[in-house]
Design a protein around this ligand. Structure first.
Ligand SMILES: Cc1ncc(C[n+]2csc(CCOP(=O)(O)OP(=O)(O)O)c2C)c(N)n1
Length: 369
């Protein structure tokens, strides 16, 4: 182990390999990552950033209901999601995890469908163990602990990853989940993507804690702070944490120190609450620029490759969105069908009433079934 138990959150120690220019500044950390994996990771990071930009445009045209972007948080999200073993490990996400969804194999079209309001988009394809996006802050932590209990009880090998924001770390449920997971020695990686803002509440107004990672210590859970905009550091730490959990050592907590470069959601305007100089400073730490510089310096990326990638991904996003738009309608019964095994009377009545408003919707496609 080169991280767990070695870097002390009580001393505010943070794990970092690359500086914000993409230069290696910590030669003491060993990491094993192939050029192919680096390029694959960078392409997913770039796709997620482009998808955020694209979705912003179509949302403003009224063609998407709403969405929440991952801009700024791509490095840590791609690092943890691409490290999961497909069909074995699980992700219990929040709503701001576009880059993680892509890296875990969720098709772009499904994500877009979700943001058009079609619930089918929240279902993972066969073999991809990702729960639907969780809007209730903190509850994804409980679900992760429950899932991990199931994995252990059934003698399966899966590690469960879950993630919330800095604001989410003030929910009682996150402590309860860590306490439960530690008590039962469960294979869970609890993640906080500390992006410094909970809608318009700044980090300084949501906690007086020394940092977020120390909040795990009270439950007995080992914790680490990582530069969340440094893909190499995030990847190296995740590899160790997955191994730690697989070897039966119980849960671990990671605080990724990052920054939300976009708005909270497509309904939000951060210019009214976020200090301009803070935002300008944060842009200098952009994880994509850092990774690109590192790859160029390594001789495996170039301006030409970047241009080709940008236009290829833009075309791809357009095609995916055309599909999502064509398939966005769903039967009205979808809204009522997945809550109770036996619909209570009041829902039966509501469904009948809703059908009179949307008489043509029952045969709508509703996704790639
Ligand atoms: C239990 C609960 N309370 C309140 C909300 C309303 N809400 C939606 S997003 C948000 C802020 C969350 O901030 P943070 O956890 O830092 O995550 P971020 O959006 O920055 O990724 C709040 C309070 C909610 N969804 N769930």
């Amino acid at each position: 182990m080169q991280f767990i138990g070695k870097y002390d959150p009580l001393k505010n120690e943070k794990i970092q390999i690359l500086d914000n220019q993409g230069n290696i500044i910590n030669n003491n950390i060993e990491f094993d990552i192939s050029d192919e994996t680096l390029i694959e990771a960078y392409k997913i990071m770039n796709l997620s950033r482009k998808q955020d930009e694209f979705q912003n445009i179509v949302q403003r045209q009224g063609r998407l209901l709403s969405f929440l972007s991952s801009s700024g948080q791509e490095a840590c999200e791609v690092a943890y999601a691409m490290s999961m073993e497909k069909g074995v490990d699980w992700l219990s996400p929040g709503y701001r995890n576009n880059a993680a969804w892509l890296a875990s194999g969720i098709p772009v079209r499904n994500i877009m469908l979700y943001w058009t309001g079609n619930e089918f988009g929240g279902q993972s394809p066969e073999g991809i163990n990702v729960l639907p996006p969780n809007i209730i802050i903190g509850s994804q932590y409980s679900q992760a602990a429950g899932l991990a209990f199931g994995e252990k009880y059934l003698n399966k090998k899966g590690v469960v990853l879950t993630t919330t924001g800095d604001g989410g770390m003030s929910e009682g449920e996150v402590y309860e989940s860590m306490n439960f997971a530690q008590l039962h020695n469960l294979p869970v990686i609890f993640i906080c993507e500390n992006n410094k803002w909970a809608i318009s509440t700044p980090y300084s107004k949501s906690t007086k804690s020394l940092n977020i990672a120390v909040k795990a210590i009270a439950s007995g859970t080992p914790s680490l702070i990582v530069d969340g905009n440094d893909f190499l550091a995030c990847y190296a730490v995740i590899q160790e944490c997955l191994k730690f959990c697989r070897e039966g050592n119980g849960p671990v907590f990671i605080e990724f120190d990052t920054y939300r470069l976009g708005a909270h959601s497509s309904s939000d305007n951060p210019d009214v609450y976020r200090p301009k100089d803070e935002f300008e400073k944060a842009k200098l730490d952009d994880p994509l620029t850092r990774m690109k510089n590192y790859l160029v310096e390594k001789g495996i990326w170039s301006k030409k490759k970047q241009e080709a990638l940008d236009s290829e991904q833009f075309e791809f996003l357009k095609t995916e969105f055309e599909w999502a738009e064509k398939n966005k309608d769903y039967p009205v019964s979808d809204v009522f069908d997945y809550i109770y095994d036996q619909k209570p009377d009041f829902l039966v009545e509501q469904l009948a009433e809703a059908k009179t408003f949307y008489p043509d919707n029952e045969n709508k496609f509703g996704g790639d079934k």
